[in-house]
Write a protein of this length. Structure first.
Lengths: 375, 401, 375, 401
């Protein structure tokens, strides 16, 4: 048993942390986020150059064969900086699907450029009535001649606006909630019959709703075996969920630190508000929430890296606990800051909004407690 | 002891319902129902409708154009307005400066200011908070120096809601020696927002809305006639105002309406398993517990109301209305966001801030404004005396600590 | 709408309050509780003399036709004094069943002496596997000749040791959970085939478990119509539940007051602990819990007195909210008192234990939230 | 990073399991499982069994008869003991005064006291708290005045666990000027409980148990040889003791075992509808959330353990172990009481305090001791530095406030 980081992991942590310190000054982040792309292409190129985009992938696919712990380190530091580059969308989710299901040729076409930083992808698996259920797929892909015809709606597609290709989850057989009969297709952006409604999420990050109307794709766009995509989807989304938890933990640490510092300088009634015991105890509760979340994260990382049967259950337990912590830490950080905490001008509200997004992203506390119970 | 309405009150309730049924404009009702933000024009239009009916001065005595309603009637009116998705009245004129003027103002001030508050022709904002005095109101440093028949005001106010929409501001200023940090050197002034030297600078909140502002006052001349009461006695008028309005501070009626709206919404919110969220036992249980808490709060409010109706003092329970009211309201916000699920992620400013219809390809449309609302309403436990300050006050005044 | 007490109600409140102040000094209460009877026969006679035992009953039954509000006032003041006389068991529960179901003759035999203070009763309706479900009755009463033969187990029978007669709920037809087929019998203490295991509850109040082995009772012991007792049982238990909530509210008020006073005198680090803001805010939370509970109580009282359809739902909502408050107020009172709070010597722990008993008595928070949801 | 045990550790785990499987007496196991209280004889008997195996000094260095185990081995041992329903060791000798003696004591003191602590032939109690110094330990007023080769001790101690069972007491006394309320005038003495002038007066706790006492010291003569270290330096030894034992303060192993016991119990607890409480979705959800919290706590403990294993400092997360450990344990207590339902109402002192079997005509028997346990364990957040004090400390030392 050893819960410490390796030398390499400490170097990675340090490297990401230095990037954030150097390139994520708050106004610069804001400008990048408000650009039409929604992030900095320069940063993305740097990620590729530093090898961060290789981390989650196997060495035989051109990756670094990084562990869940490595992913956690990266995402936690990204969280601290509120990094907006679409690492979760392109690399973990969509890239994860290609890595899990793709043929060598498909990996060459779609994974290598992702690793090089040359291609953006987006995974389309959420539907208007699917809530958090991954097997609830009503978008249909019907065999037609040498290819498939896809029809249906996908919503809250992260990075959905600028992705060059979509990983589209569609039903090729079975009833709406069946786990079998779910297939995955690669669909290029701009294909005929596809309409894309771009918007920003509440945290400012771009996403899109997509409508597929008789979109024709060739046989070669099928990723993996027809009807057999569910397990891969589930496993990729679990890893993305874990990554999002790590991002949350980074955010919470930052909120706690900023709140503690603020109370030391902010004066009311002639004294720093850090001297009020009620606030002290509440900040201790925030600290506890942060540390218990981090412990869950380490637990899930160990389970994932061990490839254990119960890793899905571990991820659900983690998402549930982190979600509870996020609610507490986010709200308390805002409340203790007072008025300034709810302004757009200060970073606090942006951390709070991102935490809130992640609370619902990949499933709420209730949903994951339920999954934990049934797993 | 009974919680039933008298037949007179039931008649009054019918009258209010009929009025709301026929007079509340659809666009305004729709905005409130959707959780989007109202334009100033919509606020004004609605208050004018109510004003025409003679009901704008809900809490005002008849002699100043008010309704002269009993506490129970006010309660019924507010309950029915919420039920019908009528917007709340903006409180700065009607609930705040109005009562100060008719209680402490000169006859000239009453004639000059009160009618246009009722008719919504004049909008007011509140100049209390300052950048370095948050919860500690008394620490204000904006100064007013007497020069003949004017004061010259210098300083800055912040968190000034609707300063950018307001015609007038009621304002606390320091008139005593600059270094005296006491309540004894504070004066209550009414300031024309078009006065030279006033700059309003927007503060955008986390939901993207422009609601609050900083107001900078640079050598602003304010006629002595615009002073309420005596110089250096402003704190007592401000305190009157803080203690004046005991009804409806818990916002029970609005919370009830929002909770019932949420329950309806759950019936059409897919649970991802082919059913609806209303079938989810865990969510239903949270909702039930919240509904019970709201019921408790309603009766805490009714206890206060009942005491006021018989001329008794409102009792210690009235001290918890603000804290509990905001906690319940914010809990409802949370459940909206939880219920929304993925539908709570997209931000649609055209719809939330503007008036645009939104056709979300995805998800249940009715959730579109709920997350920004949740964000915005975090203010409820911060503004107007934070919940921490409320608890300090309860500890001191009720528990005697 | 008027939520104030009438003149008579204020007099009643004052009268009970003066009784508690006069006769419930802590050590005297302890002696009475530790006596073999478990309460003071003298106090009970006084209750009868003051007419308190008449309050819940109709005037035609020899009662005062008191309202739910009257019952609330009585129980709340009883709570403040931790009154141990079996008012809830004999008067509200068992007496309530006789009043609801009894014939004139039965009322003459069993209700009049209860009102006079001359007879103790106990209601037997809880079974080992019934948890809080009133229709879960497996104790059987089988018709045999001119009477019935009763067999089964009843547990946590309040006042079960000293009752002269038991009101026994038994099944005369139907399946274990049916609401129909439930009947009520009057069974004298000491009858052949009945064994009684007396004990104290955690709060010190006497109770008993009863085993009925072929206990023969005559036809005349049937209370109300055979098979038709459920509605009366449900309604009587609801009123007892409401009464227990009122007792809890009285207890909580007392705990809050005692805690606030204690913090003003107890010094740590050279200052009264009431000066610690974290404790102040927690005592405010206790105050909120007390007031919100009182509001629920008033709500339920109004519904009961209005005879409204939804009064069962109102009582469940009240029991749920009061139960949550009881947990908070009881634990915080103990915690803020520190070590002294968990001694047998100080009254705080006795209030805490009684509150805890009531939390489970007549159904937990979970149970009543469930009932509220389904009602 | 990995959370798996090494093969050596797995072997050790097997060894501990075999030992517990064959050596833990049934009556003792049964007492622990039922939640009843153990007699002194049972505690002593069990510790002697472990002592014979050489494992009583779990945390002690080998040179003093300890195990010399690694942090992971200690963790495994504690986990397996809890799993097997072995009783916890009484900590006053083994975990408290023992380490103080082998760290600061003279050779003579080590030889005199350590062996009988390990063998459980001598029982110790802790004389720290005083009637007027609860959380504020430094405010103690018990005095020791030097008279030749003796101190004469006067004062009173309270909350002294097992004083009535103890042979010796380690005690903080004031040796400086009576009016000096500082840490500089405190001395650490070992006092023979049979000394003339000592009176032990029981304090009965709310569950009816006799566990704590008041100890009055009236001109008690204590040889100077029984002083640990230097006069007036006692506070530093006491602080060492408070900071010494970082493992197992969260009591994760016991909480885990109790939670698993509760889960088993639910399978046979009637829900009143003909089924069992294990089917109840609301209860199951609370249980699941608690199980997750416990898992988090376990890893917070393991993080500390992992750091200690590699000789690093334990990290800020170790500061929360006490608070979170007691919160989880008390939450489990609550769920036991809730699960018990009506079966949680009867009090059976013969069974809880004594050894009697109870045949409850009603209800599930396994719940019989759970409510007294819940009551008793409210102490967990009060004793040994209340959770409020813990939070003050975390705020100061970790958050730097």
């Amino acid at each position: 048993m050893d819960l410490s980081y390796s030398e390499e992991q400490l170097l990675l942590k340090d490297s990401v942390s230095r990037f954030v310190a150097r390139s994520y000054e708050f106004n610069r982040r804001r400008d990048n986020l408000h650009s039409s792309l929604g992030y900095s292409a320069e940063n993305w190129a740097l990620f590729a150059e530093l090898g961060w985009l290789m981390i989650p992938f196997d060495e035989e696919d051109g990756g670094l064969g990084g562990s869940a712990v490595d992913l956690m380190i990266l995402m936690e530091e990204f969280g601290k900086g509120l990094v907006v580059e679409p690492f979760l969308a392109t690399t973990v989710l969509a890239g994860g699907l290609v890595a899990a299901l793709g043929s060598d040729r498909q990996k060459g076409d779609y994974l290598s450029p992702v690793i090089d930083g040359a291609m953006q992808l987006a995974a389309c698996y959420i539907e208007p009535d699917s809530r958090y259920c991954l097997s609830r797929v009503t978008t249909k892909a019907v065999r037609d001649g040498g290819g498939y015809v896809i029809s249906g709606k996908k919503c809250v597609v992260l990075n959905g606006g600028h992705a060059e290709n979509y990983l589209v989850v569609a039903r090729t057989s079975g009833d709406s909630n069946d786990q079998s009969g779910i297939s995955c297709f690669i669909v290029p952006n701009g294909v005929s019959g596809l309409s894309v409604d771009n918007y920003r999420m509440n945290d400012g990050v771009p996403a899109a709703d997509l409508v597929f109307t008789d979109v024709r794709v060739p046989e070669s766009s099928v990723l993996g075996a027809i009807g057999d995509g569910f397990k891969a989807l589930e496993s990729v989304v679990a890893r993305a969920t874990f990554a999002a938890c790590a991002e949350s933990v980074g955010i919470m640490d930052e909120l706690l630190n900023k709140t503690v510092e603020y109370t030391k300088t902010r004066k009311q009634f002639g004294v720093p508000i850090s001297s009020f015991q009620a606030l002290q105890h509440r900040m201790v509760d925030m600290f506890i929430a942060c540390e218990q979340s981090r412990s869950m994260l380490l637990m899930a990382a160990c389970e994932l890296d061990q490839g254990s049967e119960s890793s899905l259950k571990a991820v659900s337990a983690t998402k549930a606990r982190v979600g509870q912590a996020a609610r507490l830490v986010g709200q308390e950080a805002v409340q203790i800051h007072g008025g300034i905490g709810i302004t757009d001008e200060l970073d606090i509200s942006h951390y709070f909004k991102r935490l809130t997004s992640i609370e619902n992203l990949f499933g709420s506390v209730d949903y994951h407690v339920g999954r934990y119970m049934s797993a | 002891m009974n919680a039933e309405l008298s037949s007179d009150d039931l008649d009054f309730q019918d009258e209010v319902r009929r009025f709301l049924g026929s007079e509340l404009p659809d666009d305004i009702r729709g905005r409130v129902e959707s959780g989007g933000r109202l334009s100033k024009e919509q606020h004004v239009r609605w208050q004018k409708v109510v004003y025409e009916r003679g009901w704008a001065g809900v809490n005002w005595p008849r002699q100043y154009g008010g309704t002269g309603w009993t506490p129970v009637q006010k309660h019924i009116f507010e309950k029915e307005c919420a039920r019908a998705y009528a917007p709340e009245f903006i409180s700065f004129g009607l609930k705040m400066v109005g009562p100060v003027i008719y209680t402490f103002g000169t006859d000239e001030q009453k004639q000059r200011f009160l009618p246009s508050i009722l008719s919504s022709d004049t909008w007011w904002c509140q100049g209390y908070s300052e950048p370095n005095a948050g919860s500690d109101l008394v620490a204000l440093t904006t100064t007013a120096v007497r020069r003949g028949d004017h004061y010259v005001v210098n300083g800055a106010k912040t968190w000034t809601t609707y300063a950018h929409r307001a015609d007038w501001m009621f304002c606390l200023v320091r008139t005593g020696a600059a270094d005296v940090k006491s309540q004894e050197a504070i004066t209550f002034l009414l300031i024309d927002m078009t006065s030279p030297g006033i700059t309003v600078s927007p503060i955008i909140t986390l939901d993207g809305a422009h609601e609050v502002n900083e107001v900078f006052l640079n050598d602003v001349k304010v006629p002595v006639d615009n002073r309420i009461g005596e110089e250096n006695k402003g704190w007592s008028y401000a305190k009157f105002l803080l203690n004046h309005e005991r009804t409806n501070i818990a916002k029970v009626a609005i919370s009830r309406q929002r909770l019932s709206q949420l329950k309806s919404l759950l019936l059409v919110t897919p649970d991802g398993l082919g059913g609806f969220l209303s079938d989810d036992p865990a969510f239903s249980r949270k909702l039930a517990e919240l509904e019970i808490e709201l019921k408790a709060l309603e009766f805490t409010e009714l206890r206060t109301l009942s005491a006021l109706s018989t001329g008794e003092s409102p009792g210690p329970q009235s001290s918890i209305l603000k804290v509990c009211g905001t906690e319940v309201a914010q809990r409802i916000d949370e459940l909206f966001v939880e219920a929304a699920g993925m539908a709570g992620l997209p931000y649609r400013p055209d719809h939330y801030l503007g008036n645009a219809e939104v056709d979300q390809a995805g998800c249940v449309e009715s959730y579109v404004n709920r997350t920004p609302w949740y964000f915005n309403n975090r203010k409820a436990s911060i503004y107007g005396g934070s919940n921490e300050i409320q608890k300090n006050i309860i500890a001191k005044t009720v528990l005697g600590i």
